[in-house]
Design a protein around this ligand. Structure first.
Ligand SMILES: [Zn+2]
Length: 308
């Protein structure tokens, strides 16, 4: 009887969460503009204090009803025990990947990774690192955090003109090399701007043919190209997500249970640094991590450990 009550409460809560769609391209197209205003607005603030403040609030908010519901509905009934048993047969790997940093938001991701003790992967843009001392400082924070791995997301992000960028594979390849040197990256792992292309070991999957030649060239030169299995979009200003924590958590669980991710037992989540500027956004990520952590066999891994 208790269980029925919990499900009812959950339905209501899920229902009141509004979806805020925010396209990747729009965010990327406006990022420079937004950075300027964000820099000004945040000028007087000490990010470390804000981070500590937000993390402690996030932790206290953890005790809210949504979290309690998630905990109480998990694996208490006979049905759920079956799920748990099936689910704990083998380790399952989750890769939390964050694109387009360093940006305002990166500093909070760095702190959340530490607070939650989970490994995260950051796909960085060379241009952003050169934009300001503050942003370069975020890169440095990432690089000095053993829970954060830094990878290559190009130097110019194709100036957000993807077809033009990939029309010249050699120039595109050199742009990645430029980013690698400029950011001082130690891993030959890339994610192509605007393309969900996989090329790891002998396996590849191309979403758009434009980009395939660049991927080929990178692969020939020893790079691993990483796509993603699911994406989370959170409005960087309002903190509204396109999927609730529970919806995304269910999506990740289904990808693992059904074996429908690019590689079975491995799920790569794509999201963007600037979506975690707000405390709402930070709490969403924090809650997602807590939900996933309920599974003792889920491991948070770096993309460099993704199977070949
Ligand atoms: Zn990007």
């Amino acid at each position: 009887m208790k269980k029925v009550g919990n499900w009812d409460i959950m339905s209501v809560c899920v229902g009141i969460v509004m979806l805020g769609l925010h396209s990747c391209d729009r965010i990327e197209g406006n990022k420079v503009k937004r950075l300027d205003s964000v820099d000004m607005a945040q000028h007087k603030r000490d990010s470390l204090i804000i981070v500590q403040d937000s993390i402690s609030k996030v932790d206290s908010l953890r005790k809210d009803s949504i979290t309690k519901m998630e905990e109480s509905i998990t694996y208490h009934g006979a049905k759920d025990t079956t799920v748990l048993l099936t689910d704990s047969v083998s380790p399952r790997y989750i890769y939390l990947t964050f694109d387009d940093g360093p940006l305002n938001g990166s500093q909070y991701l760095d702190s959340i990774a530490t607070a939650k003790d989970v490994r995260i992967s950051a796909f960085l843009i060379g241009e952003h690192d050169k934009m300001s001392k503050k942003l370069h400082g975020y890169t440095e924070r990432y690089k000095s955090n053993p829970l954060v791995d830094c990878y290559n997301h190009s130097f110019w992000h194709a100036h957000n003109k993807y077809s033009t960028f990939y029309a010249d594979p050699q120039a595109a390849f050199e742009d990645f090399e430029h980013a690698e040197q400029s950011l001082g990256l130690e891993h030959k792992i890339v994610r192509l701007p605007g393309r969900n292309i996989w090329y790891v070991g002998d396996r590849k999957r191309i979403d758009l043919e434009s980009g395939a030649s660049t991927a080929e060239l990178l692969h020939q030169n020893g790079y691993k190209i990483m796509g993603w299995d699911c994406e989370w979009k959170i409005n960087g200003v309002t903190g509204k997500p396109d999927l609730t924590v529970n919806q995304l958590y269910t999506q990740i669980k289904n990808l693992l249970h059904k074996g429908t991710s690019y590689t079975k037992n491995n799920v790569v989540l794509l999201t963007h640094d600037n979506m975690y500027q707000t405390k709402k956004g930070q709490k969403l990520l924090s809650d997602l991590i807590d939900s996933l952590k309920q599974h003792p066999n889920y491991r948070f891994e770096f993309m460099r450990n993704y199977p070949n």
